[in-house]
Design a protein around this ligand. Sequence first.
Ligand code: NAG
Ligand code: CA
Ligand code: CA
Ligand code: CA
Length: 220
Amino acid sequence: ISNLCMRLTVLLYLQVLLDFSIGFHVESRLSERQKREWIKFAAACREGEDNSRRNPIAKIRSDCEENQPVIYSISGIGIDQPPYGIFVVNSRTGEINITSIVDREVTPEFIRCFAKHALTGRDLEQPLDLRVRVLDINDNPPIFSQTVFVGSIEESSMETTLVMKIIAMDADEPNHLNSKIAYKIESQEPAGASMFILNKHTGEVHIANYLDREVKASIC
Ligand SMILES: *[C@@H]1O[C@H](CO)[C@@H](O)[C@H](O)[C@H]1NC(C)=O
Ligand SMILES: [Ca+2]
Ligand SMILES: [Ca+2]
Ligand SMILES: [Ca+2]
């Protein structure tokens, strides 16, 4: 039956092409035919919030609906793999609901969608990976990649020598303010005049020289 659907498309397409040569008015029909595929829509959801009032947050539809009985289904993590049932689909309408509060850091970005023939179970469309955007909230602190960073310097080292580079990661959305890291020295032992400069952006630690000490005062 899907072959028939395909053949029908091809025939109509040819017909439209033929029509196209004799009249300008068929142009809109041509663009309609090109849309013969998945029609989808997905709204953004917000992390850590009840999104149920936004339901349905997405809708999928196959144009094969026009002449065949279609059943929609979805698959993936948060659906038929743990955590189960975060996203559900109405198999008849293709409407997709979100059923619980989601954590952006563990929710997959894509929902795999299927349109199958209601009687034969055959795929009527190529599976679709529907992107569901979960808007990030800043709910992850930066974590140092090591609990202790060790640096060493020669006693005769020049001032401003690089001592070490400290690294931290933040699980919130990459390249977003929520995951932007700023480094700062909290304290020093022995206390007193700052011996090190920490680059706020790169995490590079240098020995402080006299000039740097003044700069440092404004950084920390
Ligand atoms: C999805 O949510 C809408 C609106 O709350 C509701 O009417 C509908 O029954 C829900 N569908 C499913 C499959 O849960
Ligand atoms: Ca989170
Ligand atoms: Ca963060
Ligand atoms: Ca987050």
